[in-house]
Design a protein. Structure first.
Length: 336
């Protein structure tokens, strides 16, 4: 079966890591027609919008997109195309697995964490204004609807994947109403899943546990901001941003991406590690029922990582993006 997916190559290292992943998927025999679309700064220049209607139409039609990183200016300039895409398509769940990969150097071992981050509200609502000069108000929005559906997502995921536990992460001791509502919604949903152990952690205490004994944690469900911050911490536990993929999932569409940004320091130098986007693509294949090919690529990637002979610089090696991609394609070829 031939799939059609939207491809957003993205900025910086985006085109290099996207090309690598497209090659590896083709080597594994997955038949994909890529509908290439622009977003972010490139789209803004051409169409005046960071997420143009043609891009949204493409994702709505194909229901699945693979996305490279998009650069977002800090402080000034256009608003984040990433945030806008998640909100416009109501991609309410951000799923980020952080697991030790064989052979990838890391301070920790036996880490197998799943971050389930609410993706549409909280302090990412973009509601900020200057009350008087020198005083700015940024609104944190928490709704029962969004909190309940992300909690349900987390418990459904835990049940489907046979996970050990779901932990709700919050700061309801301080934000008694906002985080209080989030926590209350997760508790209510948890009551409907008596087969799945449930507990709660204040976000600062959770961060301590994550760096002291990460192997004791399993599925974490968090509001948007804590999820954003904690998920990079979790990537750091297993080898860094170059080795973690993510999925943004809604009822009608799904966008798969690496967790890292556009790495402008590496752009155009053939040095980027395409593993994170490849892991996102593996999640994408599972999502569309291509589990066998997803497994095949995951095993090939593991073999390359485990042998340690071909490693990109972020993992202590000296291989280029192309050499690493060639190595994964060779392993994939041996298994097909
Ligand atoms: P970054 O993730 O681009 O880079 C942080 C560090 O990690 C840099 O040293 C970079 O060289 C390294 N790195 C990142 N990805 C790598 C890879 N695949 N292989 C090897 N090394 C890698 O984060 P930064 O510098 O904070 O952000 C740069 C731009 O990316 C910003 O405009 C930011 O807004 C955007 N960004 C976009 C995201 C997205 O599209 N989902 C996510 C995070 C940041």
């Amino acid at each position: 079966m031939t799939h059609t997916f939207t491809l957003i190559e993205g900025d910086g290292i985006g085109p290099e890591v996207s090309a690598a992943v497209v090659r590896i998927l083709a080597a594994a025999g997955v038949e994909i027609e890529w509908d290439r679309q622009d977003a972010g700064a490139v789209a803004l220049e051409q169409t005046g919008e960071t997420i143009p209607p043609a891009l949204l139409e493409s994702i709505r039609r194909h229901k699945v997109a693979l996305k490279g990183p998009l650069a977002t200016p800090v402080g000034t300039g256009h608003t984040s195309a990433n945030v806008a895409l998640r909100k416009t398509l109501d991609l309410y769940a951000n799923l980020r697995p952080s697991r030790n990969m064989p052979g990838v150097p890391s301070r920790y071992h036996h880490v197998d964490l799943i971050i389930v981050r609410e993706n549409t509200e909280d302090l990412y609502s973009g509601l900020e204004h200057e009350v008087v000069p020198g005083v700015v108000e940024s609104l944190k929005i928490v709704t029962e609807r969004a909190s309940t559906r992300i909690a349900r997502f987390a418990f459904e995921y835990a049940r489907r994947e046979g996970r050990r536990r779901v932990t709700a992460v919050h700061k309801a001791n301080i934000m008694k109403l906002g985080d209080g509502l989030f926590l209350e919604c997760v508790r209510r949903v948890a009551a409907g899943y008596p087969d799945i152990p449930f507990d709660e952690r204040i976000v600062d205490a959770l961060c301590l546990d994550l760096v002291v004994k990460p192997e004791t944690l399993d599925v974490l469900v968090l509001p948007n901001l804590y999820g954003d911050i904690v998920s990079d911490l979790c990537a750091g536990l297993v080898g860094g941003l170059g080795v973690v993929g993510s999925a943004n999932l809604g009822e009608d569409a799904a966008v798969f991406e690496a967790v890292h940004g556009s790495a402008p320091d590496l752009a155009g130098r053939n040095l980027a590690n395409p593993t994170a986007l490849l892991l996102a693509a593996i999640m994408m294949l599972r999502h569309v029922g291509e589990g066998a090919r997803a497994d095949l690529i995951a095993r090939a990637l593991d073999r390359v990582m485990q042998s340690g002979q071909v490693r990109t610089r972020d993992l202590g090696g000296d291989a280029s993006t192309t050499e690493f991609t060639d190595a994964v394609c060779r392993e994939v070829g041996k298994a097909t």
